[in-house]
Design a protein around this ligand. Structure first.
Ligand SMILES: Cc1ncc(COP(=O)(O)O)c(C=O)c1O
Length: 613
């Protein structure tokens, strides 16, 4: 069954707009995508136009840019604290919540500053010397904030930690091996030292980072190491220095029940270590793991369920020690969950290219016309999927290959393929979609036949799309009030064929909704598919797409493939009087800078369009 009527609500469903972590996006009746900050609605188009008029002549102006919204960091920070506090109240939990921001997730100064401005008690995590230097410089006037130093430690890192402690910073050093414990014993004064045991998370979780859990984890102490480390540290007088155990189960963990198991595991260790005399042990640090809802398929209370599972796990395990140990404070080092919503890449569509000739063209020859009619007839009579597959196999065996044919004949063939594919999609709808979602060959008919060239580099702006097949939501910024005409692939301007975004998550609805050309827009049960729906194909050039939830990791891992550097950075802020403003932070990375990075300091880039940015 198909439903041809269209509405803004349907558009919201299809693009996941307003749902879960895209709560700050909405669609106006005019079909424009907008950002909602409190009661203010700001269309992306307004932002694009404002930047163009104010900065169109600035060095480094490019029609695509990254939009930063620090207020969304504040929103997430507050949400995380209030979520835990709510769970504590519900479950009568008597420990404290301690938030720690791991700067590796996004080290940009506007992001780190937003984190610390959002919560006067929030701490920071460093994984390297450079990150520790960054942190101590940012909070040099706020030395009460906790700093957790993770990562493999060499003598220089330890020296930097010692100097930071001497300057009055509140640093906790994580011990990840017996070797590190020995170095700490050798170089630190137990009275001035706070220690964290980083434990390998003995836990099975699904997902890309599952190898960061369990015995094979690259990080932390295994249980047999722990015995030796406790022995060494207690004998060296460090018993009272140990305040925290830490386990990081991996990033983006959507299996929420695993946090309850993880809570039990770490609480068991907490109780055992306290029984062994480490009575200053009072915190459990759960590392990161809080997931962001990139697809829109997760329950709306993902953060609440995460917090609740952790607390339930701890309580369950503490029951067994009958009140002997206090409720541990819960430290959370979420970075993805804090920063992902706060950056969006706004990509200008430069042009649209089509795989097939436009429909409605005339066939050149009588034979081609006869063939087209013959296959159209066959397709319209199909009742079984297998027949459809047979028809296409038959078509390809007659028309496939690269036989020596005139250009006209090849043109004709492409036109016929396009026409038959459209007829096949019509037939597939008539046959009922549920039955063929798993058929790879059938799904190929849904593959977009239009390619949009976007003025950006996937490798620079959203490298995780190619590195770990991370899905990011993509939404066109206008004509969302129109029943989508078709779907497209958004490709970048690098010369790499991996530089394209086509994944689109089909949201779960009872019946399948289709584009006008019969590609699915939703699917019962939800499904990842290829093809970003668009309202009006002809109006795409010059318009923009939003790539959302890119604030975590993407700035840190960007690549300069093809010497395409960073896009300009623009900040959006809602002022206290409810008016909004944008600040041009930096222009696009200069070509001179990119060349210097690869050893060409001597090339004089007179024509560098991004110079002095
Ligand atoms: C020790 C530690 N804490 C926190 C994080 C951040 O986790 P997330 O990506 O879930 O924010 C990481 C990420 O690798 C980590 O290694």
């Amino acid at each position: 069954m198909t439903d041809e009527t269209w509405s803004i609500d349907k558009a919201r469903t299809v693009f996941g707009v307003g749902r879960n972590d895209l709560h700050f996006l909405d669609i106006l009746e005019s079909g424009e995508l907008c950002i909602k900050l409190q009661d203010e609605q700001i269309t992306i188009n307004e932002i694009v136009q404002k930047i163009k008029s104010a900065n169109g002549k600035s060095p480094g102006y490019v029609s695509s840019f990254t939009l930063r919204i620090p207020q969304l960091i504040t929103y997430q920070i507050k949400k995380l604290r209030t979520t835990f506090e709510k769970v504590f109240e519900e479950l009568e939990y008597d420990g404290e919540f301690i938030g720690i921001y791991p700067v590796k997730v996004n080290q940009r100064s506007d992001f780190v500053t937003s984190v610390i401005r959002s919560d006067s008690e929030y701490g920071l995590e460093a994984g390297t010397k450079a990150e520790l230097l960054l942190i101590t410089s940012v909070i040099k006037k706020e030395k009460h904030r906790r700093i957790v130093c993770n990562g493999a430690k060499d003598p220089d890192y330890l020296r930097l930690i010692r100097e930071s402690v001497e300057k009055g910073f509140k640093v906790a050093i994580s011990i990840e091996s017996l070797h590190e414990a020995r170095m700490v014993v050798e170089h630190f004064d137990p009275k001035k030292t706070e220690l964290v045991f980083r434990i390998k998370p003995y836990l099975n979780v699904e997902g890309h980072w599952s190898h960061s859990t369990g015995r094979d984890s690259k990080f932390g102490l295994s249980i047999h190491d722990l015995y030796n480390v406790v022995d060494l540290l207690t004998q060296a007088g460090f018993t009272e220095s140990i305040t925290t155990i830490l386990g990081h189960a991996g990033s983006q963990i959507t299996d929420l029940k695993s946090f309850s198991r993880f809570g039990q595991f770490l609480t068991n260790l907490y109780a055992q270590l306290r029984d062994m005399g480490l009575t200053n042990l009072e915190n459990i640090d759960f590392g990161g793991g809080l997931a962001i809802d990139y697809t829109g398929k997760h329950p709306p209370d993902l953060m609440y369920q995460y917090a609740r599972n952790i607390v339930l796990g701890i309580k369950e395990m503490l029951k067994e020690s009958h009140g002997k140990h206090p409720f541990p404070n819960i430290m959370i080092e979420s970075g993805r969950g804090i920063t992902a919503p706060a950056a969006l890449v706004i990509v200008e569509a430069l042009e649209v290219r089509s795989v097939f000739p436009a429909p409605g063209g005339e066939c050149f020859s009588e034979t081609a016309l006869t063939k087209e009619e013959e296959y159209l007839e066959k397709i319209s009579n199909v009742t079984e999927l297998t027949d459809l597959v047979d028809i296409w196999n038959d078509f390809h065996s007659h028309f496939g290959g690269m036989s020596l044919a005139g250009l006209g004949a090849i043109f004709e063939r492409e036109m016929i393929v396009g026409i038959l594919e459209r007829a096949t999609r019509e037939r597939l709808v008539a046959l009922g979609i549920q039955s063929f979602t798993s058929e790879k060959q059938i799904r190929s008919f849904w593959h977009p036949e239009h390619i949009v060239i976007g003025n950006f580099s996937v490798f620079n702006s959203i490298a995780d799309y190619v590195l770990v097949q991370q899905h990011f939501p993509v939404v066109p910024i206008s004509n969302l009030h129109v029943h989508p005409e078709t779907t497209v692939r958004l490709v970048d301007i690098t010369c790499d064929s991996d530089g394209e975004i086509s994944h689109f998550y089909l949201q779960n609805t009872d019946n399948v909704w289709f584009t006008k050309d019969k590609r699915p827009l939703t699917m019962p049960g939800g499904m990842m598919n290829d093809g970003i729906p668009v309202g009006i194909l002809d109006r795409l050039p010059g318009s923009h797409f939003v790539l959302a939830l890119v604030g975590a990791y993407q700035d840190a891992i960007e690549m300069d493939h093809n010497l395409l550097g960073d896009l300009p950075d623009v900040e959006l802020r809602l002022r206290e009087d409810n008016t909004w403003g944008i600040t041009w932070i930096t222009g696009a990375e200069s070509i001179e800078h990119l060349l210097r990075d690869v050893g060409y300091a001597d090339i004089n880039v007179d024509e560098d369009p991004y110079m002095n940015s």
